[in-house]
Design a protein around this ligand. Structure first.
Ligand SMILES: Cc1ncc(COP(=O)(O)O)c(C=O)c1O
Length: 466
């Protein structure tokens, strides 16, 4: 019997496994358009096959892949098709998918330049390109993290560091206990991840001053309290339900004048800045101090690709400071200085290839495509009896039926249809159906097919679908 190492060398030399994975993946892509958008009950039942004790002995690699594919392919959710409208989950550009395959084989750790010069180089190129696309200050630095949640954690950590430093409190030396009190100012429609990240940083409900929002989910500028240098203001480029943008031109200059720090959660909406047609939505957003944004939403990169952009390099790198005698820094950019994690996948490689492929024009066209599809969806939905509650300024649509119960029932049926999928939420205390157009693959035909299902579900004739 060959030793484990001998077996692994044999696997590594033969192309069998990678070819098998490639065949299985390509088969999956071929079937995706004609299979349910979300797993069926039978598919979910199959997951039980994974409930076994950890095996005692080494397995058969080909059988393992085969089992994974045969059950897994029935239990994925098809963001990379055209009829998934849930959350704000982007699709995946073919170039991103292919690059990720290649880069996964490279298996690079992006922590330090010395660990992966290619990862470090492409991240620094992405940093420059993102600054240019979003028209951010030249001094802005970028860190690549899992998603906007963690990007906001980084931005808020930098904010806390800088504001306390300005109050003569050395955070690294003294910690947070006993520190001068900071005030967090944000809209009642702020995304839940911001509160979660504030909690992680030691802020609680008592530290937050909520500002009322209008019917689109934008902070009402006149209700902003008086600000001072103890403040951290959190604004939004893209409300998770309505897609609305805060009034940056009115809010940010005022906040900066009062020496407050401004962080912008731009998970999917900051991309508006990269489109001549939509950049009015982000006018003056570049006056903020930090911004969080995702590649895996509007840009359709592979998961997981969040970015923290911060105009105060010292605040960010000091807030995320790490030391260790074995850390070999280089004169080039060391990525771990800009993120909470040390080891991580070199996601900058696939971000780079998506940006490199689309270029300025392609990015603008993608953003406009998502908007066009969202507007078309809203129009069609209104014609079959749904109320559209938001101004469709970007890629999000909020729908409601006549009564609360009808909205809830309709949503349940849509989710069970298998033809398309969208999520629900509460908007001004009432149930809504959220439609997020975030995949490059959504066509007008996808929307027509979905609208047919929406109509059947609204009118109660959807039994038997899927
Ligand atoms: C406005 C906003 N902020 C933050 C997030 C969280 O982003 P992520 O899931 O990438 O952490 C989302 C997710 O949809 C969002 O829409």
């Amino acid at each position: 019997m060959a030793s484990l190492q001998q077996q692994l060398f044999v696997q590594k030399k033969s192309k069998k496994l990678l070819n098998q994975a490639s065949d299985l993946a390509l088969e999956y892509l071929e079937t995706i358009e004609n299979s349910p958008v979300v797993p069926s009950r039978t598919g979910i039942e199959m997951l039980k096959e994974f409930d076994i004790d950890l095996p005692d002995s080494i397995g058969d690699e080909q059988q393992i892949l085969e089992q994974l594919a045969s059950i897994g392919c029935h239990n994925t959710v098809h963001y990379n098709g055209g009829r998934y409208y849930g959350f704000v989950n982007g699709g995946i550009l073919p170039i991103g998918m292919a690059t990720r395959w290649l880069a996964d084989v490279w298996d690079q750790n992006a922590a330090l330049n010395v660990m992966s010069p290619i990862a470090a180089k492409l991240e620094s190129v992405c940093e420059v390109w993102l600054k240019q696309l979003f028209n951010l200050p030249e001094k802005t630095v970028a860190g690549l993290v899992g998603g906007t949640s963690v990007a906001s954690l980084c931005g808020l950590a930098a904010a806390r560091y800088r504001q306390l430093q300005n109050l003569n409190w050395d955070l690294a030396q003294n910690g947070t206990f006993g520190a001068p009190k900071l005030r967090i100012i944000m809209g009642t429609q702020t995304h839940g991840t911001v509160v979660k990240m504030l909690n992680l940083l030691g802020f609680g409900a008592a530290d937050i001053e909520w500002v009322e929002c209008d019917d689109q989910g934008r902070m009402i500028p006149d209700l902003m309290p008086a600000l001072d240098r103890t403040c951290i203001v959190v604004l939004q480029a893209g409300n998770v339900c309505s897609g609305a943008f805060d009034h940056f031109s009115q809010l940010i200059p005022k906040a900066k004048q009062a020496q407050a720090w401004v962080h912008v959660d731009g998970a999917f909406g900051l991309w508006a800045a990269a489109s001549p047609r939509f950049s009015h939505l982000t006018k003056d957003v570049n006056l903020a101090d930090s911004w969080s944004v995702d590649g895996h939403k509007t840009l359709n990169t592979p998961y997981d690709c969040g970015v923290i952009l911060c105009a105060d390099e010292q605040a960010l790198t000091h807030a995320l400071h790490q030391q260790g005698s074995y850390i070999q820094s280089s004169e080039e950019r060391d990525s771990m200085m800009f993120t909470p994690d040390m080891s991580r996948r070199a996601k900058g490689i696939d971000l780079w290839s998506c940006l490199r492929y689309l270029g300025r024009q392609g990015i603008a066209e993608l953003i406009e495509l998502l908007h066009e599809r969202a507007s078309y969806f809203a129009l069609q939905a209104s014609q079959i009896g749904f109320k559209v509650l938001n101004d469709v300024v970007f890629n999000q649509v909020i729908l409601q039926a006549d009564t609360e119960q009808q909205t809830l029932n309709t949503l349940k049926k849509i989710q069970a249809s298998g033809v398309c999928w969208c999520g629900g939420a509460k908007w001004q205390g009432k149930a809504i159906i959220r439609v997020s157009i975030c995949a490059w693959a959504t066509t007008e035909k996808d929307i027509d097919d979905s609208i047919e299902v929406f109509a059947q579900c609204l009118n109660g004739s959807a039994a038997g679908l899927a």
